[in-house]
Write a protein that binds this ligand. Structure first.
Ligand SMILES: [Cu+2]
Length: 195
């Protein structure tokens, strides 16, 4: 190693350290983003009527069952039930009892066909979770729910919310990118030591 080249390398070594720290931070952030929601949030275990099914009559109560005892605070729970024309089918506020959320329905207002349910609750860990599903009643055909996370899905590790999967994908990309940066930087520093 010549004396002339040493000063020129100092700033490069500093930026290498900074880049390594940034890459490590990305990896840690990605891992946290993947791990925390899946570990802590409650999940919607089932609904009555079931998602993506057809029922003969609209029941007087819509029931959502969760994996944990939901937080019962003013404004924490919201259930919006509409028919194909957008008519509100709820009959008063949803009633929360432990893990069960019951939403009375106005059976007179609904027209046969698809019914869309949008729900938002506060999980037992204090985090809001939300999603939507649909079913149909009468002679209406079943409209499959775009997001299938409202029902238990063995292939899913995160049934918390509609944006759970995009977040997981971004996190995985971040982890991959961070790992690649670390690998490139390690390879470069190894090459530098050899010269
Ligand atoms: Cu949580």
């Amino acid at each position: 190693m010549s004396a002339q080249s040493a000063p020129a390398r100092r700033p490069r070594r500093l930026s290498f350290r900074t880049a390594t720290a940034a890459a490590a931070a990305l990896v840690a952030l990605g891992a946290l983003t993947v791990a925390s929601p899946a570990a802590a949030h409650d999940e919607l275990l089932g609904t009555s009527p079931k998602a993506d099914t057809a029922v003969a009559e609209l029941p007087a109560d819509l029931v959502l069952t969760f994996s944990g005892v939901l937080m019962d605070e003013p404004g924490a729970t919201e259930v919006v039930v509409t028919d194909a024309s957008g008519t509100d089918l709820t009959d008063g506020p949803a009633v929360l009892s432990g893990t069960r959320l019951t939403q009375p329905l106005n059976t007179q207002a609904a027209r046969p066909g698809p019914v869309t349910v949008r729900w938002r609750v506060v999980s037992s860990d204090g985090h809001p979770i939300s999603n939507e599903f649909s079913f149909s009643y009468g002679d209406g055909s079943v409209v499959p729910t775009a997001s299938l996370t409202a029902q238990p899905d063995p292939s899913s590790t995160n049934g918390d919310s509609a944006w759970g999967w995009p977040v997981a994908v971004v996190a995985i990309v971040l982890v991959g990118a961070g790992g690649a940066v670390v690998a490139v930087l390690l390879a470069r520093s190894r090459g530098r030591r050899e010269d």
